[in-house]
Each structure stands twice: as structure tokens, then as C-alpha cells.
Design a binder for this molecule. Structure first.
Ligand code: ADP
Ligand code: ZN
Length: 696
């Protein structure tokens, strides 16, 4: 009999599908007569108990079918088949051959008798592939199968790291001890930008390697993490394994397999890496734990930060949450004594934090049709004149967020979504950032027919870049947005150019906020500091502070002090005051105090139901019916139904209900029971979102 966790092939509705032998079925009782025999047990290591219990846990918490969660843990189907073998080269016979210096280096690289993949060998010996081919033709190299582990180098914990400052050393010692305890525990590592949090948690990874266990690092935007990877390689003498959505199928397979076999000691990945089959996880690090990118919004809706804690508990691993601006949820857990906390209060090497000031746009309005205020322009001019770099931050892609007809007032809107079409001038198109719908920018207004009457309203990064071009024509500019920096290679190249001072002025969206370290960048201008406050959702202020603090942290390092200017119409707003005073703790305490009376998170729990259908009446009726069946009881409030702010998304009409419960109330049974009682037509979809981050 196949033991629990075995991957098996079974018949399902006339097809053969791959499943996992489960030992803990809570959500279904299956009659023995309906069970079918297993056709084959696949030659993959069985899924371990800690991952199986994690899948059960995530399914229960998010009120999702176990199978939907399990599918996330089987995202590399080919890894379940016979192990992928790859060939490389090992030494053949060199007798009677001419040994050029190229060839000598190849022979030396293989001198230990092992085999090496061609591309690695070419790199190690600094020769072209043609040299290898020539040697193979002469029998000097012979093909050899590569063992899996050879493709995943072992990071070396003893490889020299930087010597840590006193605060850093103290924090690192505590983290090492937590890992050495080989037991579950959560620690918040909090430190201002540039305090060396990464260096400190590298020590925790080193300890995990010494313990012979695996370490998982979650990053919010793995595709932008070129600098992070370089630093890791410098610290450990080898690269970590990577996991994100842009891997090729072959790399996915090899990585999944290497993780399952323990051959990948350190893996850095996006949130889906939580579902990889680590046999012996000793440490999980969640870097920038406050980031909303850790929330998965489609399919199984889960928060990777929270699930990382659960994964660590089930694996008996240490968990470290890292941030300069921790989420209120995490701070609440620290205060309740559930999480430990380590602080790094100062920047490494005595560098000062940047001086942040608010630039009142009412007193210093930009020129008509422009977006940069005169004092910001002066500051950029002075920075560039000193030969230093400046950055303009605006969290909005494209040229203009809205296109409007001057003649009739018509606004260009997405036909599928409650959203304006964003102009992308270089492509001469208007595009919806929600569904991808796009069309060539029309010459005539589609409503009144008047030509050349459509005008852009408001700025996106491309428009700021156009303004910068007019103001600073000599400055070498670089736009960093998800469309201009689409992947890891482009991000690495951008970082290289900035570090090599081939760029003077960076203009970017939130991707510039992410953990970059640019030693010559001394000025950050935030074009619209009020932008994130408009939405008015629960966490708008908290998120704006976190994002702007992160962006501000890019300015100034040990070499030169930094300056940050926030363009705002609300300099008195608590968010601006907190940033200017660099007093996030007071701000967050006030923010929390406001959430306490209404039992808003972190004091209470929320769960959202998003009801959608293509037919507007059907959607409205289903939402109303659900509202009538809403659970009631002490400590429970149900808000809505109400049309969602994004009332139309990808052609579906959406309504929202929000369940708010005091902390002691278990919301999952309520939700399950609520949905079970509702009889909704098949064309109506109900998306459940426990602990919602987005309220759109
Ligand atoms: P954080 O993650 O807290 O923003 P980092 O770990 O990125 O800080 O460190 C900021 C910069 O300071 C990096 O370039 C890092 O290499 C450098 N740094 C931090 N600590 C040390 C140290 N002890 N010795 C040398 N360089 C350090
Ligand atoms: Zn759309």
C-alpha cells in the first residue's frame, strides 16, 4: 500500500489524474464503494506530513477546498515523474592532444573527476562553448549524467560575511539561537532602512545551514531582487535556489525536486514557495513583511506572511518577519507576547536617516500642466550639479491616468471595468490596468466626434519623465515601472547602470521602493504623496506611511546624507507629519487606537464576500439573498451588501459583503455555514477573502 503523501495516478471521470494519498480527510466522507484503485505510485518522494497538515490548515482557514490548495503544492507536475537527468561533461583522454591555455583551464576545472554542466564549465574555465565542442570531438571531454545536487550549489555558512556592528551582532546572536533551538518561534526583526537587517538575517540562514536544515526566504517582488541575490552570493559563495512564476518548466521541475530531496539548502521565492515540499525546514524569513504583495488575491486567497508563520509552526522552524515599518497585525502579536522583537535602531556605519520635508503644493504650485513644484526642481538641479543621483517617485504607470474630451467632457473608460483607461503614449494606446483591454488612442472623441479634443489629465511616470526631460535635458534618465522593467534581467541591468552611475535621474513607480541600495542617490522627490490616501480603505494611511517611508529610505547612505521632499496638499495630515518627524511608532499607535473601538483589525477579524455575475440583476439579487442569510450573534456584524468600488471587473458585476467579528469568534464555521445555506445560481461566483487586504 502506498504510504500517506505518495503521489499516485488515479482514474477520475474517464481521465487519469495525479493525486496524493491523504490521511486526514475532514471535508468529505467518501463511501468505500466509490473508491477506485490506484494505477501507479509515481517515483517522487512522498509529500511530508508537515506540508500535508499545512495544506489542510490553509484550506480550513481560507475556507477553500483541500484540492484547490493541494494543487498549489503540485505546481511542477513533471517533477513527479522519473527524475529529470541532465548531461554535462567529464574528463576523457588528452593523450597526444595539443593543450592550449583554454584547454588547460577546462582540464583544471574538471580535475576533481566530477561532471559539470556545459554552461557552468564554460564559465568556470572562461572559454567559449566552441572550445568545449572541439575538445569533445577529440575525446578530451565525454558526456556524463549530472546528479541533481550538482545543479544546486551549497551555500557555505562559513564563507566570510561582513563584521557586524554591536546592535547587529546582538540581534544576529538571538536569531542564531532561535534557529539552533530547532523549535517554532516568531521574531520580528525591525530596523530603519539601511540598518543591515539583511546582513543580520544572513546569520540566521548560516545557522540553519549548520544545523543541516533548509531555509526559505520570501521576498515580495522576487523578480526585482537582483541586488539581494548578489549580496547573498557574496555572503555564502553560492546562489540560492529560486522560485517564482517566471521560471521555465524545466527549472521548476528541477527546483521542486531538489527541494523535495533536500538538495536545495536555501530557497528564495515568492509566496507560492510556501507550498514547496521541504522535508526539513528550519527557518522561514519574510522580508518586508508589511507588503501587501504577500496577499494572493486570486484562487485560494491567502496572506503569505500569516501562512509562513503556520508553515513554520507545523515544521518546527524559526520564523523571522523583517520590516522597517511592520504591519499593525505583527505589532499586535508582538505586544501580546506571541512574537519576539529585535530592534536595529540606527543605520549601519553611522549614516544619518534622510531629512524628510513636506512641500506644500498650495504654497508652491507647479506651473500649469506641470507636476514638479519649483523647490523640488531646485533641489534636483542642485543634486545633479553635485554629481549625485536623484529619484522621482510616483506610484502610477503610464502617461496619464485619465483622458478626457475638452469639448463634451467624455471620459475614456474601460468597457469591462469600473476604471479609466490609462494612456501609454509611447505605444499610442489607452489601456485598462485591471483587465488589459486596450485600444489605439483615438483622434476624435468617441462621444462627440470632435477631433484633437482628447486631453490627458493627471500624471503617470511617463509624463513626469517627459517633464524631467524638458527641465533637465542633460540628465541621463531611467524610468523604472513594471512595463519598462519586466523581469529579473531588466531589473539587474537597471541596478547595474545606477550603481555604475550611468544614470542621473530615476523616475519610478513602487518598484523603486523595494530594498534597493544605491550609494550615490541623495534626493528623493515624491510627486504625489497624497495619492495612496484617496482610497479611504481601512489601511490607506498605514500603507501610505509604509510605502513612502520605504521610498524615502532609498536616499542617502554613509557616504552622503539624503533629502526627501514630499509634494502634498495636506502637509498637516498625520501621515506627512509622521514621515517628516520620522516618528512612525507614534503614528502607528494612534492608528491602532482608532481601530480598537470598532473591533477593526488587528483587534477583530474581517472576512469579505465578493459576489459577482455577468448579469447585473443576477449579481445584485444574489448579494441581497446572501445578505438576508447573514450570520448574526454576539460580536458579529455584517456590512453590506453594497456595490464594490470596482463595481465592474472583467465584465462581471460585483457586490461586497463584509463580516466583522470580535477576535474570539471563529469566522470560518460561520462562513461555511452561510455559504451552505445560500442557494445561488451557477453563474454567480462568490469569492471568499478571509483577512482582506484589498477592499476594491
Ligand atoms: P536594511 O535591509 O536594513 O535596509 P541592508 O541589510 O540592506 O539594510 O544594509 C544596508 C547597506 O549597508 C548594505 O549595502 C549592506 O551591505 C551595508 N551593511 C549593513 N551592515 C553592514 C556591516 N556590518 N558591514 C558592512 N556593510 C554593512
Ligand atoms: Zn478593464
Amino acid at each position: 500500500m502506498a504510504p500517506p503523501g505518495s503521489f499516485v495516478e488515479v482514474p477520475l471521470g474517464g481521465r487519469w489524474v495525479v493525486g496524493v494519498v491523504w490521511d486526514h480527510l475532514s471535508d468529505a466522507r467518501i463511501e468505500t464503494s466509490r473508491l477506485k484503485p490506484v494505477r501507479a505510485v509515481l517515483p517522487a518522494p512522498p509529500m511530508g506530513a508537515s506540508l500535508r497538515r499545512f495544506i489542510d490548515w490553509v484550506a480550513a482557514y481560507t475556507v477553500s477546498p483541500t484540492g484547490a490548495v493541494l494543487r498549489m503544492a503540485m505546481s511542477a507536475p513533471s517533477a513527479l515523474e522519473a527524475p529529470g537527468q541532465r548531461t554535462g561533461w567529464r574528463l576523457g583522454l588528452s593523450d597526444g592532444q595539443r593543450i592550449t591555455s583554454d584547454r588547460a583551464r577546462v582540464l583544471e576545472a574538471l580535475a576533481d573527476g566530477g561532471a559539470m554542466a556545459g554552461y557552468l564549465l564554460a564559465r568556470a574555465a572562461a572559454v567559449t562553448p566552441a572550445v568545449l565542442r572541439g575538445m569533445a570531438d577529440r575525446g578530451m571531454l565525454v558526456p556524463a549524467l549530472l546528479p541533481l545536487a550538482a545543479r544546486f550549489a551549497r551555500p557555505d555558512p562559513a564563507h566570510a560575511g561582513p563584521s557586524l556592528g554591536p546592535d547587529q551582532a546582538a540581534a544576529a546572536a538571538r536569531l542564531r539561537a532561535a534557529v539552533a533551538a530547532r523549535d517554532f518561534g516568531v521574531t520580528l526583526l525591525r530596523g530603519v532602512t539601511g540598518s543591515g537587517k539583511t546582513e543580520v538575517y544572513h546569520d540566521a540562514i548560516a545557522e540553519c545551514l549548520r544545523q543541516g536544515r533548509q531555509a526559505l526566504v520570501l521576498l515580495p517582488e522576487i523578480a526585482l531582487s537582483a541586488q539581494w541575490l548578489e549580496r547573498f552570493a557574496a555572503r555564502f559563495g553560492a546562489a540560492p535556489a529560486l522560485w517564482h512564476s517566471e521560471l521555465t518548466a524545466a527549472t521548476r521541475r528541477d527546483t521542486w525536486r531538489a527541494v523535495a530531496e533536500g538538495a536545495a539548502p536555501v530557497l528564495v521565492g515568492a509566496r507560492s514557495a510556501l507550498f514547496l515540499p521541504f522535508p526539513d525546514l528550519g527557518l522561514i524569513i519574510v522580508d518586508e513583511e508589511h507588503e501587501s504583495a504577500f496577499k494572493q488575491e486570486d484562487g485560494v486567497v491567502y496572506h503569505a506572511r500569516d501562512m509562513a508563520v503556520v508553515r513554520a509552526r507545523l515544521a518546527g522552524a524559526a520564523c523571522v518577519l523583517v520590516s522597517a515599518t511592520p504591519s499593525l497585525e505583527t505589532l499586535f502579536n508582538v505586544e501580546a507576547g506571541r512574537y519576539g522583537v529585535l530592534d536595529l535602531p540606527a543605520r549601519h556605519g553611522g549614516a544619518a536617516l534622510p531629512a524628510v520635508s513636506a512641500l506644500d503644493l498650495r504654497l508652491h504650485p507647479p506651473e500649469r500642466g506641470r507636476f514638479l513644484a519649483p523647490p523640488l526642481i531646485e533641489a534636483i538641479t542642485a543634486t545633479l550639479a553635485r554629481g549625485e543621483q536623484a529619484m522621482l517617485f510616483l506610484n502610477r504607470r503610464g502617461y496619464a491616468p485619465l483622458t478626457l474630451c475638452r469639448t463634451c467632457g467624455h471620459r475614456m473608460q474601460c468597457p469591462n471595468c469600473t476604471a479609466w483607461l490609462v494612456e501609454h503614449r509611447a505605444q499610442r494606446r489607452l489601456a485598462c490596468h485591471h483587465c488589459g483591454h486596450s485600444l489605439p488612442t483615438p483622434v476624435a472623441c468617441p462621444a462627440c466626434g470632435v477631433e484633437h479634443s482628447l486631453v490627458p489629465i493627471g500624471p503617470g511616470v511617463e509624463r513626469v519623465q517627459e517633464e524631467a526631460q524638458a527641465l533637465f535635458p542633460e540628465a541621463r534618465r531611467l524610468v523604472m515601472a513594471s512595463d519598462s522593467i519586466p523581469g529579473p534581467a531588466a531589473a539587474a541591468e537597471a541596478a547595474r547602470r545606477i550603481e555604475a552611475r550611468e544614470v542621473d535621474l530615476i523616475i519610478g513607480t513602487q518598484i523603486v521602493a523595494k530594498g534597493w541600495h544605491f550609494p550615490h542617490l541623495t534626493l528623493v522627490g515624491v510627486v504625489d504623496a497624497d495619492l495612496g490616501l484617496a482610497g479611504g480603505d481601512l489601511r490607506a494611511a498605514e500603507r501610505t506611511v509604509q510605502l513612502l517611508h520605504q521610498v524615502a529610505g532609498r536616499a542617502g547612505r554613509a557616504e552622503a546624507p539624503g533629502q526627501v521632499l514630499l509634494q502634498t496638499y495636506n502637509p498637516e495630515h498625520p501621515v506627512m507629519q509622521a514621515l517628516v518627524a520620522n516618528d512612525l511608532a507614534t503614528f502607528l499607535a494612534e492608528e491602532r487606537a482608532q481601530r480598537l473601538p470598532g473591533y477593526w483589525p488587528p483587534y477583530g477579524r474581517l472576512a469579505a464576500l465578493i459576489v459577482s455575475a455577468e448579469d447585473p440583476q443576477l449579481a445584485a439579487r444574489a448579494a441581497r439573498d446572501l445578505g438576508l442569510l447573514a450570520p448574526a450573534g454576539p460580536g458579529i456584524t455584517v456590512l453590506g451588501p453594497a456595490p464594490a468600488p470596482l463595481a465592474l471587473l472583467r465584465g462581471r458585476h460585483r457586490h461586497r459583503l463584509l463580516l466583522k467579528a470580535e477576535r474570539g469568534v471563529a469566522v470560518q464555521p460561520l462562513l461555511r455555514d452561510w455559504l451552505a445555506r445560500a442557494k445561488l445560481p451557477g453563474s454567480v461566483r462568490v469569492q471568499l477573502d478571509v483577512d482582506p487586504v484589498s477592499f476594491l
